[in-house]
Design a protein around this ligand. Structure first.
Ligand SMILES: NC(=O)C1=CN([C@@H]2O[C@H](COP(=O)(O)OP(=O)(O)OC[C@H]3O[C@@H](n4cnc5c(N)ncnc54)[C@H](OP(=O)(O)O)[C@@H]3O)[C@@H](O)[C@H]2O)C=CC1
Ligand SMILES: CC(=O)N[C@@H](CCC(=O)OP(=O)(O)O)C(=O)O
Length: 339
């Protein structure tokens, strides 16, 4: 058994990690942490998430001071840590754990893109660990298993980037898209995508259905960098709790038909248990809620394709993919503890 801890365990993705890890046959969930001055420190996690009653009896502990001996001891005590924390927090925590030999699976965007101008521009902070950015492995599990297997710091792919890339990559790799028209990704996310902390935009009476981050959301450059081609990406907030539905429009190369598209998806994903390809109908959020899958369907007409991808943002878009990456890192079946 490998000892695992979760930092940010009281948050939405943290709680999903707890739910998965507490039953995982190879990871022993040994500690749940929140910030040093958290109002939730000392509470059992089931006091925040009653669903975890009698499933996890661990309490949330305050994370020790950054440069303290207690922090180093915590990092030494664990084999692996899941950072379910904000980007700036993960940015500072990852090196502390890595220095003590602990493998890091970071759910934030702090180590996803290795480009100097990216963090000041899209995240509002200067990256202080360029050497770690260099070493970080991008945790898009179906595509980067080889690097993940050898990585000590896995930057789990973002929620919108996961579904967008899983839909587009096979077609781009096979040269089936005419990229003179950048793929156009319109995606709607449930409100849990914004995290548990209260904010006006995620308040019950404020949420309806609206676009946001138009032409400036940080996931556009994450997707474009890892796909190796430009995309137009528009996120939307919808009035439901969890799930992302992405509707992607792209231009096909001449002569590309349904059969070629289907065979490209099947070629890449026939042995990928967490991708479900639709042969009839189209994916929906209902079909993936509370599940670790990414569902993909499509329709082609007159030289264009519309691809529909669906995932649970908290699972395939975050916690489940993080555990999938950890499974890969430790040579386990990638779905262990997930299905
Ligand atoms: N929600 C989603 O759908 C997705 C989220 N992500 C990423 O995952 C990360 C977590 O997101 P999410 O679960 O939504 O966030 P939440 O806001 O729901 O939770 C954040 C957690 O971090 C804790 N925390 C805050 N500050 C610190 C600190 N200094 N040290 C330790 N713990 C701290 C919070 O507890 P407290 O404040 O009480 O200390 C809480 O437990 C983010 O980086 C997010 O971008 C990635 C993909 C999808
Ligand atoms: C609905 C909503 O607000 N979604 C968040 C994205 C989810 C997230 O936390 O982003 P990462 O996947 O990069 O970690 C947003 O648009 O900022």
């Amino acid at each position: 058994m490998k000892k695992a801890i979760v930092i940010g365990a009281s948050g939405y993705t943290g709680a999903e990690l707890v739910r998965i890890l507490v039953r995982h046959p190879h990871f022993d969930l040994s500690g749940l942490y929140v910030s040093g001055n958290s109002l939730d420190a000392g509470k059992p996690i089931s006091a925040l998430y009653p669903q975890l009653g009698q499933i996890c009896d661990l309490s949330l502990q305050p994370l020790p001071e950054k440069n303290s001996e207690a922090m180093s001891a915590l990092a030494r005590s664990a084999d692996l840590v899941f950072l379910a924390t904000a980007h700036e927090v993960s940015h500072e925590l990852a090196p502390l754990f890595l220095q003590q030999g602990c493998k890091v699976f970071d759910l934030s965007g702090a180590y996803r893109v290795n480009r100097a101008d990216f963090y000041p521009r899209f995240y509002g902070f200067e990256h202080r660990y360029p050497e770690l950015l260099q070493q970080a492995v991008y945790g898009l599990a179906e595509w980067n298993a080889e690097q993940i297997r050898h990585g000590d710091l896995v930057a789990v792919a973002g929620c919108y980037p996961t579904v967008s890339q899983l839909c587009l990559k096979p077609l781009i790799e096979k040269g089936l898209l005419d990229l003179s028209l950048p793929p156009i990704i319109n995606a709607v996310s449930g409100v849990s995508g914004a995290g548990r902390k209260a904010s006006l935009t995620s308040a019950f009476c404020e949420v309806s259905l609206n676009a946001y981050g138009v032409f400036n959301h940080r996931h556009q450059p994450e997707i474009a960098t890892h796909l190796g081609t430009e995309v137009i990406f528009t996120p939307h907030l919808g009035n439901f709790k969890r799930g992302i539905l992405a509707t992607i429009t792209a231009k096909l190369q001449k002569g590309v038909d349904d059969e070629k598209i289907r065979s490209a998806y099947a070629g890449y994903y026939h042995d990928k248990p967490l991708i479900r390809l639709y042969t009839q109908g189209l994916p929906s959020i209902k079909g993936v809620e509370f599940l670790p899958y990414c569902d993909i369907g499509f329709a082609c007409k007159e030289g264009y394709i519309i691809i529909i991808g669906a995932e649970d943002n908290l699972l395939k878009g975050a916690a489940a993919q993080a555990v999938q990456c950890a499974n890969i890192r430790y040579g386990l079946a990638e779905t262990l503890g997930l299905c």
